[in-house]
Design a protein around this ligand. Structure first.
Ligand SMILES: Cc1cc2nc3c(=O)[nH]c(=O)nc-3n(C[C@H](O)[C@H](O)[C@H](O)COP(=O)(O)OP(=O)(O)OC[C@H]3O[C@@H](n4cnc5c(N)ncnc54)[C@H](O)[C@@H]3O)c2cc1C
Length: 279
């Protein structure tokens, strides 16, 4: 799974499939059902921590599902399209509204699942509906209801097949492109570094980044994973780092924040497979 996680850590998937369409995905699910395998759905792996022992069962990646269409102000993207591609297509077709979240890595379905946000804009602001496949092979459509996003994770135990976004028609596409590039630049990370997205969700009383800073958790700690001084709710890793080291840092972060500040933080990143509790 190293190739499918932006941490570049993690063991093997017992089975791995990258279906190109719903039909292939149903075939993969049937195989999993026949063999009694558990199923784990992933996108581009930019918000995952995969166990060094790997993932039992079938890992189903949406990355092979490509294609986009535009109907008026609706952009419909297959789940494996990258957010970057979706934003470019939108601007090419004089549809704006996504520029502020430019630079977030990963797929459009991953963005909807975690309600990707940046610069005071969230994918939920433009979300119209998603078509998804349940793990027992049924296809459904989920329209926009705000509380699906406020609950944390949009949908679980399904493979999102496509996402429809309602955007704003505009002739100012050159300005939109410039705006997009500005936000991409802001998110730039040198290829020599490995940074994660946000590790914890904000609590009701305090931003996770503030809690991490206040608890004195940022910077070097003797391991190959540390909370970034630059963006405290993000983990920076060094070559040779294992998933277990990252997991232990997350556990230590939660424990220290609970002890020092009395705040319980939930993880935002998806943790897959089994880990040792080393604290
Ligand atoms: C350097 C860096 C910077 C980042 N900055 C930001 C940021 O500014 N804002 C932000 O919000 N996030 C940020 N992230 C986190 C991440 O990029 C986003 O959450 C992204 O949208 C995840 O998409 P993905 O395709 O990689 O999903 P994955 O990491 O593969 O999966 C994430 C979750 O989505 C689910 N999922 C993925 N695809 C599907 C599907 N087709 N059907 C059903 N479930 C699915 C998975 O099961 C998992 O629970 C950053 C990450 C990195 C590495």
């Amino acid at each position: 799974m190293k190739k499918h996680s932006s941490f570049s850590t993690g063991g093997k998937a017992e089975y791995y499939a990258e279906p190109g369409n719903a039909y292939d995905a149903i075939n993969a699910l049937e195989m999993a059902y026949a063999k009694g395998l558990s199923v784990t759905v992933i996108g581009a792996g930019t918000h995952l921590l995969v166990s060094d022992e790997g993932i039992p069962g079938l890992v189903l990646s949406a990355c092979g599902m490509k294609g986009m269409s535009i109907k008026g102000d609706l952009l419909i993207a297959s789940s494996g399209e990258t957010l970057d591609n979706v934003i470019n297509q939108a601007i090419d077709h004089n549809l704006i509204g996504l520029e502020e979240i430019a630079g977030i890595p990963g797929t459009i379905a991953g963005a909807v699942t975690v309600n990707a946000s940046a610069n005071s804009r969230s994918i939920s602001d433009m979300f119209f509906y998603a078509d998804y496949l349940t793990l027992n092979g049924e296809i459904h459509r989920r329209p926009f209801f705000y509380d699906f996003f406020s609950r944390g994770t949009f949908l679980t135990d399904c493979l999102i097949l496509s996402v429809a976004l309602r955007l704003t028609p505009s002739r100012a596409s050159a300005e939109a492109r410039e705006r997009k590039e500005k936000y991409v630049e802001k998110m730039y990370i040198p290829p020599s570094r490995r940074f994660s997205g946000e590790i914890f969700r904000d609590s009701r009383t305090m931003k996770a980044s503030e809690a991490i800073k206040l608890a004195g958790l940022t910077g070097k700690n003797g391991s190959r994973a540390e909370f970034s001084e630059y963006q405290p709710n993000s983990i920076l890793t060094y070559p040779g780092c294992s998933s277990q080291e990252i997991y232990t840092l997350i556990q230590r972060g939660r424990k220290t924040i609970k002890e020092k500040l009395g705040i319980e933080l939930d993880t935002s990143i998806t943790i897959l497979g089994s880990f040792r509790d080393e604290l």
